[in-house]
Design a protein around this ligand. Structure first.
Ligand SMILES: *Cc1c(COP(=O)(O)O)cnc(C)c1O
Length: 395
């Protein structure tokens, strides 16, 4: 059975009523027949029927044994880091999501967990960073926002040689395009706020574990720390999942066309998209993803915040906003938005230049999106000319 069919039919028909949509069990507690005698639910932080269905569907979709749904992607990441102890070390991808960096540096460092950031596209760099205290390798692939792709199979082999856990933040690819557990990872994390929700209407996170014991530990922290996903938000994710494959296929088609258009534009310097043959890890991406996703980043030849600002305020269809993965196209300027908490030098080293712009390519007609970018780039060009004239006037 194909993945889409399997997904749609892993969403159960309600046995009690025949409802084809999963009911929203908006309840905090469950009546017990006798102390400790219940129907599998006692309190909604611990377990809720709507959330449980979501978790089952997602575990199957990612090829894991256990899934846990959280109130945000960061709460999901947080639950994974709680597997570690003071003194443990993490090796993490250098082009890391800003919020994950803040969590590691501003929260976990003071509890004695140290993170080393390396270019995980370089297997040698990972090997050199491993110490006797390393417990976990943390990947995002593709990364945010420079779309670096790390070889999950190769890194999983390294991780397991040293008895380390490999966790992959699969937010950018989604399970429709990439299944890290099948490639050897131990844990998958999602900001389900993005493609899994898919409609920019919910904040949510997921953790999926391959090994049931590891999964039980995650479930323990989910309940013990309490950042659980509510029943209505769980319903929204189930609803989003129903069109996941369809959406990602179209996001990927639109994004490839936009990446090709930008690559040929005279004002554009570099285009970051794993689907382009010019992408340094194109072959790795093709070997582990079924398509290349909906995120395209690029820099301008005029590498200034002013030029990027003219662009991101010049689009009409691409709305200027944080986040990604929804049906409507978004544009963002990482250096002043999502990556602001990372200091400029570190940012630049990871490729987040001043003019870097990130597009979350939505499901609008691609020709309309290209025209919108064309107009915005004309504004960038006009702004550049004005600046030049001002400079010349001063001479
Ligand atoms: C958005 C995002 C997160 C954080 O998720 P929230 O749902 O915003 O808490 C983590 N990782 C990646 C790659 C993201 O894009």
């Amino acid at each position: 059975m194909q993945a889409t069919t399997q997904l749609l039919h892993s969403i159960p028909v309600d046995p009690q009523t025949g409802a084809i949509a999963v009911p929203i069990y908006q309840t905090s507690t469950f009546v017990q027949e006798a102390p400790g005698v219940n129907k599998g639910f006692d309190y909604s932080r611990t377990n809720n029927p709507t959330r449980q269905e979501l978790e089952k569907i997602v575990a199957t979709l990612e090829g894991g044994t256990v899934a846990a749904a959280f109130a945000s992607g960061l709460a999901a990441i947080d639950a994974v880091i709680k597997l570690l102890e003071s003194g443990d070390e993490i090796i993490a991808v250098d082009d890391i999501y800003g919020g994950a960096y803040r969590l590691f540096e501003k929260v976990y460092r003071k509890f004695g967990i140290k993170v080393t950031y390396v270019d995980t596209t370089d297997l040698g760099a990972i090997n050199r960073a491993i110490t006797p205290k390393t417990r976990l390798i943390w990947l995002e692939t593709p990364t945010n926002p420079t779309l670096k792709v790390s070889d999950i199979r190769a890194i999983a082999a390294t991780a397991h040689r040293y008895k380390l856990l490999l966790a992959v933040d699969n937010t950018f690819a989604s399970p429709a395009l990439q299944q890290p557990l099948a490639l050897g990872a131990d844990i998958v994390v999602h900001s389900a706020t993005k493609y899994i929700g898919g409609h920019s209407d919910v904040i949510a996170g997921l953790v999926i574990a391959k090994d049931p014991e590891l999964g039980a530990q995650i479930k323990f922290y989910q309940n013990a720390c309490g950042a659980v996903l509510g029943p209505f938000d769980s319903f929204l994710l189930i609803r989003g999942l129903e069109t996941l494959h369809l959406r990602l296929a179209q996001h990927s088609r639109n994004a490839l066309q936009i990446a090709q258009y930008l690559s040929a534009h005279p004002l554009v310097d570099k285009v970051y998209y794993p689907g382009l043959e010019s992408h340094p890890q194109h072959a790795v991406a093709a070997g582990q993803q079924s398509a290349f996703g909906g995120i395209v980043s690029f820099t301008l030849k005029n590498d200034t915040e002013a030029a990027a600002s003219a662009l991101v305020t010049g689009t009409r269809l691409f709305h200027l906003a944080e986040s990604l993965g929804g049906v409507k196209s978004l544009v963002s300027h990482p250096a002043s938005m999502t990556h602001k908490t990372i200091d400029r030098a570190t940012r630049q080293k990871a490729g987040v230049k001043d003019s870097l712009v990130r597009l979350s390519v939505g499901l609008e007609d691609v020709q309309d999106l290209v025209s919108d970018l064309e107009t915005a780039l004309t504004i960038v060009s006009a702004t550049g000319e004005k600046e030049k004239k001002k400079l010349l006037a001063h001479c």
